[in-house]
Ligand binder design. Sequence first.
Ligand code: KIV
Length: 272
Amino acid sequence: MSTYTEDQRKVTTHRLVEMKARGEKIAMLTAYDYSMARLIDEAGMDVILVGDSASNVMAGNITTLPITLDQMIYHAKSVIKGVKRALVVVDMPFGSYQGNSKEALASAIRIMKESHAEAVKMEGGSEIRESIERILSAGIPVMGHLGLTPQSINKFGTYSVRAREEAEAAKLIEDARMLEEIGCFAVVLEKIPADLARKVSEQLTIPVIGIGAGGGTDGQVLVMHDMLGINKGFSPRFLRRYADLATVINDAVAHYIDDVKTRDFPNEKEQY
Ligand code: KIV
């Protein structure tokens, strides 16, 4: 158990705002299934994100675009069953909220009703303001997501650092302020210059969670498969690997194959 989790109370959106106010950093990580969510929660994670990165790391797609609302709900339901303390946030998948605000609300309601998650995350700023407002007005907490927004990869054309130019940085600041003003409880900033992320974090009272956005944000988020070294093909500068599970799993599986082939497994004690 982490040394930072003496406080066993359930994490809520309000508690995250309090953590920011007292300068306590927020730890967030993705999960997509029951068993991993249980381990991550037991370790003391503050926020578990059922990310649409499930499209990449669970389904093997190149982008996050193909994952459906039904598939996100399936992952979210599994995660929720393994979590006691962390706040569980679910990504609204591409195509479930961009069309119009009524459709967006219907998608968010399905996520909340069917998975029992506690909040949703949505990519974008002023373009999706109406959808965010409608979802908020139904009492559903929303986490914003600005900077590199992978659902728009076909518009950007690359996964490189966003908001290096003044105009894009100014729009990002404006969007972040707007998200706070309309009632989002937090915002993710992905792959933007550290100075810009620090500036936004200082200007907002809601928590800013960074990924590839430097150390000046109120918290950090990583994709579980990347930080555990399951997915070794992805090595951006911002990623710190905390384990090499690909090697651990490969070695264990190779050992098992060997034991089966050499008739070492099962032995007499491993049978009835
Ligand atoms: O889907 C995801 O995993 C995310 C994080 C990268 C923030 O949105």
